[in-house]
Design a protein around this ligand. Structure first.
Ligand code: PLP
Length: 433
């Protein structure tokens, strides 16, 4: 399988080169030259395969021979080595719980898969070159990347995060691992962190000395494995005569884009809803046809505060750049903070189920869609554990959430981070030093 750049000015590359480079030299995103078609008989028999077999079958055509099958099977299995249950919440709505991984967020699947692929490619390099993953985070990306890359040979990780703007659990996940994972606390905003990272990527002095790569969802090795859990959800979907409606809490649109790709490969889906908070420029695009990025506004579902979602271009590619075809399968829904809080409260009161703010946005978007589609049923993606957003959840439900035992130990560990001003020279000296 080759990957072309969505800007069409760079040569096509294989999975290995696309993973190592991250973004194409012409600043486009890599996209597979064809969408594999899965056998419908296999899909109707999903229940008879293990999650590992399913994930391997889904990813294999995208990786090709760049990783030996046996190794790929191992990487794939490790990426999904935690429960991914589809839990009924109400009669017509279920929750696909993606928060049982090591950092309690869906990003664990993509980060674990990517880290192991990159580790494998580095182990094969003749001159034993090291790669430095440089990443800015508003919370969840950093934790998943830190955990995924921890102790991966040949890979150093540097994470920038905004001081005081990530939750206590998130901060511990970034700052307590040590070894090949280093955290830098920036006295500024997420945008400052992002800006510093972008500057480092274009700095020739740094790129002569270090081999830098990124680990966000523009990387194919983080984006593509996100298809796994759509198939694993369908494996648990009881009513095979009625395809599910799927609502995906969306920020950078990587997660929903993976779902749409899975659908185009043959996964039965009735409709997709991109559930957004106040940052809903894609809605405007679908109604006006004009792409108008705007600065992100802060909300309580802060992992979705994205004003210019980079993966949307891939969604257009999936539909051959045909917006009418896209609109038949995808709609958007924008939910306010007040509605998010009310939803967390209502769903707890009615069904005893505790949503996090991101899942709540997905739940309400799905409920609204189902209200006008009487025969439909569906599920939303619960993208993070409620304990990662304790304030909103405790305020709406009155429930104090227990920290899961799987992460209790890190809460006791000591935070280790360097603190910088949002000043590029400081970062540069540090990276070169
Ligand atoms: C990253 C994230 C999202 C948004 O996912 P995208 O792939 O960027 O659309 C939603 N919820 C949570 C909890 C996240 O961490």
């Amino acid at each position: 399988m080759k990957y072309y750049s969505t800007n069409r000015q760079s040569p096509a590359v294989d999975f290995k080169a696309a993973t190592i480079k991250g973004q194409a030299p012409d600043k486009g995103l890599y996209f597979p030259e064809r969408i594999p078609q899965l056998d419908p008989a296999w899909i109707s028999e999903l229940n008879s395969f293990s999650p590992e077999e399913i994930a391997f079958r889904v990813i294999h055509p995208f990786v090709g021979q760049t990783i030996p099958d046996e190794k790929l099977y191992q990487i794939t299995s490790e990426a999904i080595q935690f429960p991914i249950p589809l839990v009924p919440v109400s009669e017509r709505i279920s929750s696909l719980e993606l928060f049982h991984g090591p950092t309690l967020a869906f990003k664990d699947v993509g980060a674990r898969f990517m880290s192991r692929c990159l580790g494998y490619f580095m182990s094969q390099s003749v001159n034993q070159q090291k790669v430095t993953v440089l990443v800015a985070t508003s919370g969840d990306t950093g934790g998943a990347v830190a955990s995924g890359f921890y102790e991966v040979e040949g890979v150093e990780v540097v994470i920038l995060y905004p001081a005081g703007k990530v939750s206590p659990v998130q901060e511990k996940q970034l700052t307590t691992l040590g070894k090949n994972i280093r955290a830098i606390e920036i006295e500024g905003t997420f945008d400052d962190c992002q800006q510093l990272v972008k500057q480092a990527f274009t700095d020739t002095a740094i790129n002569e000395k270090l081999f830098l790569t990124s680990a966000n969802s523009i990387n194919v090795a983080r984006w593509l494995p996100q298809q796994f859990y759509y198939f694993l959800a369908y494996r648990q979907w009881k009513e095979k005569d009625h395809s599910p409606v799927i609502a995906v809490p969306s920020g950078n649109f990587g997660n929903i884009c993976a779902g749409l790709l899975a659908m185009q490969s043959g996964l039965p889906v009735r409709h997709f809803i991109a559930a957004c908070n106040a940052n809903d420029m894609v809605s405007d695009f679908l109604s006006t046809g004009e792409w108008k990025p705007r600065p992100a506004v802060p909300t309580i579902s802060n992992a979705m505060d994205v004003g210019n979602p980079s993966n949307f271009i891939r969604i257009l590619e999936i539909f051959g750049l045909q917006v009418p075809a896209l609109k038949e399968k995808l709609s958007t829904c924008s939910i306010t903070d007040a509605e998010t809080m009310q939803t967390i409260s209502d769903v707890y009161a009615k069904f005893g189920y505790i949503l996090d703010p991101h899942g709540a946005v997905g739940y309400l978007a799905l409920e609204r869609h189902l209200a006008t589609n009487a025969s439909a049923k569906g599920f939303f993606l619960e993208t993070a554990h409620p304990v990662k957003f304790p304030e909103a959840v405790e305020q709406s439900t009155g429930v104090k959430i227990e920290i899961p035992s799987s992460i209790l130990h890190i809460m006791q560990k000591e935070k280790k981070a360097i603190r910088f001003q949002p000043d590029y020279t400081q970062l540069k000296d540090y990276l070169l030093g």
